[in-house]
Write a protein that binds this ligand. Structure first.
Ligand code: CP3
Length: 362
């Protein structure tokens, strides 16, 4: 703690009035001298210390619901790399689980769920015990907050309604989205009831994370790119905008990042209309397009290809530099275009963090 300029809990320096957390400055629209950096899935299997801690829990869900272990893995990448933000360690599947759906993780296969096959099965789900079931996650948030330094922002998150609904209806990951789309196209009113339940549950979950101490929120719409343009408006843009509107009404100072992965040309409408403070872009979108079409409306986050952290070397440096040269002149958060993969080399991650944190606007 700086003796002459006491920091409040928010990191705001009360004497100079400047915000010490770079992430919060960028998300409020500031072009920082160098951009903040954090990586989606920065706590994960690419880190040997994560794999060691992971062994202490019998299942992945138990791991997410054990605050001591979740706090530890959240902090591991902060200690090792000095990222500008920590992201709560949890998973987007805790919401369907807390609503009463059966959820489990199979080694190497990702999440599995007892599928919700149609509107008649929504009675199996209930918001009654949501906060009670998710209490360990809020305890994790409090534990992380008490250990983070004044420069490091804490990000809370949830899956967006469409992405979570796709797992709930398919019963797991899917390539075709056949069941969930057949329901959405064939019975839009019935499907809307599931989306509305998820809007309510996600809003409550995120507001409870704020109460526990997160300073930024990210909504992961990882499967937005499976939708048509009309579908994206109906099942991605509108529900996310509603969640953001409700949270902003109670917590106008909490910045919200929306990640509609694969949104393509729809990124423009989403940036203009969602109410998000920042839009995270996937690796397919050209940085110059992001700058020209999105960055005048919102802060932007992204979009290095995660596989470059497997490859490393000159192509990693060249690709990261191109992104910095194009986007660091405006409000920008350096990140990947999707989550880091288990095969990523921690050495390459270290080199990337050094490159971004050593950047200065030319
Ligand atoms: O970013 C972070 O470090 C915070 C933790 C976090 C996890 N999942 C931990 C996790 C976050 C933000 C997520 C989000 C998430 N989970 C998404 C959206 C983001 C994205 O990547 O698209 C999705 C679709 C899920 C669902 C999910 N959870 C899948 C598909 C898988 C299996 C994939 C895999 O890598 O095996 C998970 C499991 C999971 N969630 C792991 C981690 C670290 C790996 C499982 C393990 O360690 O045993």
């Amino acid at each position: 703690m700086n003796q002459s300029s006491p920091n409040t809990d928010s990191g705001l320096d009360m004497v100079t009035g400047t915000e010490s957390k770079l992430l919060l400055r960028a998300l409020r629209g500031e072009a920082c001298a160098r951009p903040p950096i954090w990586l989606m899935r920065q706590a994960g299997r690419y880190l040997p210390e994560y794999r060691a801690t992971r062994k202490k829990a019998p299942s992945f869900l138990d791991f997410c619901y054990t605050p001591e272990l979740a706090v530890e893995v959240t902090l591991q990448p902060i200690r090792r790399f000095g990222f500008d933000a920590a992201i709560l360690f949890s998973d987007i599947m805790v919401v369907p689980h807390a609503l009463g759906q059966k959820v489990w993780f199979e080694e190497g296969r990702g999440p599995r769920l007892d599928p919700v096959a149609g509107p008649g099965e929504l009675v199996r789900l209930s918001m009654c015990s949501l906060d009670e079931n998710l209490a360990p996650v809020y305890e994790t948030v409090r534990g992380i907050r008490s250990e983070l330094g004044p420069e490091t922002a804490l990000i809370g998150f949830a899956g967006a309604p469409w992405t979570v609904a796709s797992y709930m209806v398919e019963g797991g990951g899917t390539r075709e989205f056949a069941k969930v789309k057949t329901w959405a196209y064939g019975d839009p009113e019935g499907f809307q009831k599931l989306i509305e339940l998820l809007v309510d549950a996600t809003t409550q979950y995120l507001e409870s994370q704020i109460a526990a101490g997160v300073e930024v929120l990210q909504l992961f719409d990882s499967w937005a790119g499976a939708l048509t343009a009309n579908g994206m408006r109906q099942w991605c843009l509108d529900p996310n905008a509603e969640i953001i509107r409700r949270i902003k009404a109670n917590h106008p100072h909490i910045p919200i990042i929306l990640f509609p992965r694969g949104a393509g040309l729809m990124y423009r409408d989403i940036a203009a209309e969602s109410g998000a403070d920042a839009v995270a872009v996937d690796s397919t979108v050209p940085p110059a397009w992001v700058r020209d079409e999105l960055q005048s409306q919102v802060a932007v986050q992204g979009n290095l290809d995660p596989i470059l952290l497997v490859a490393g070397g000159e192509v990693l440096r060249r690709s990261a530099t191109e992104i910095l040269e194009t986007l660091a002149g405006g409000p920008f958060v350096f990140n990947l275009g999707s989550g880091i993969v288990p095969e990523a080399d921690p050495e390459h991650v270290g080199e990337l963090v050094e490159l971004v944190q050593g950047w200065s606007a030319r």
